[in-house]
Design a protein around this ligand. Structure first.
Ligand code: CDP
Ligand code: CDP
Length: 197
């Protein structure tokens, strides 16, 4: 069976949390595509060369989850040649036999427009910054400013900007628990699997 669940949305909306839970529930593979851009940003040097030379081991490096790595990722992610170098790997992952969940910014719009399920997960910038702050600590106002800066860069870039696909199921998790968000996402996937028979 080939079945792709595309999860897009802004920073700290809950994409990864939902993606991992959906993958575990249905036995699908899961790819956090943000890690690709984080790994390219963390390598330093020429980002296009770094993207072209990326190997799976690069995604397991320490320090990729920091705020600084997120900022570096969103800068290299605006470079069309960097994005182009990462497309094939993501498409193969999405359409390989067995079912796959990919979370990122452009999965439902660019990487896998044919995805069987598209979720657009969002929440207010304040709520998302608070969630990220609970994970990384520091000054919450700085975390909020960084979230806003990254949102603006990701939504404003010319190549593959962050936006909901026309056929995406939109989930605003601002006042939703993790359990409710996960249950809702699982219900959407279940319905689609039943439709396909
Ligand atoms: O992948 P993304 O950056 O969109 O977000 P995440 O890393 O999955 O989630 C960010 C944080 O928000 C995690 O600590 C979650 O436990 C928390 N959270 C959530 O994901 N969904 C909610 N409805 C409430 C909280
Ligand atoms: O976890 P969080 O949502 O904070 O960030 P992430 O998903 O790890 O993504 C880091 C950065 O990579 C984003 O701010 C985007 O600029 C970029 N990205 C992208 O352009 N396209 C994707 N499919 C995934 C991430």
């Amino acid at each position: 069976m080939i079945f792709t669940v595309a999860i897009d949305g802004p920073a700290a909306a809950g994409k990864g949390t939902i993606g991992r839970a959906v993958a575990a529930r249905f036995g699908f593979r899961h790819l956090d595509t943000g890690l690709l851009y984080r790994a390219v940003g963390a390598k330093g040097g020429d980002p296009v060369a770094a993207a072209e030379a990326l190997v799976p081991g690069d995604l397991e490096r320490e320090g990729l989850r920091t705020l600084a790595a997120g900022q570096a990722a969103s800068r290299v992610a605006a470079i069309p040649q960097v994005r182009a170098a990462l497309v094939e790997f993501q498409r193969r992952f999405a359409r390989a036999e067995g079912g796959a969940v990919l979370d990122g910014r452009d999965i439902g719009t660019v990487i896998c427009p044919e995805a069987e399920v598209k979720l657009y997960v969002t929440a207010s910038a304040e709520v998302r910054a608070h969630r990220r702050w609970l994970e990384v600590g520091g000054d919450e106002a700085v975390v909020l400013a960084e979230v806003r800066e990254r949102d603006a860069r990701d939504m404003g870039r010319a190549d593959a900007p962050l936006r909901a696909a026309a056929d995406a199921f939109v989930m605003d998790t601002s006042v939703m628990s993790v359990e409710d968000a996960v249950a809702r996402a699982i219900a959407v996937v279940e319905r689609r699997l039943e439709e396909r028979g």
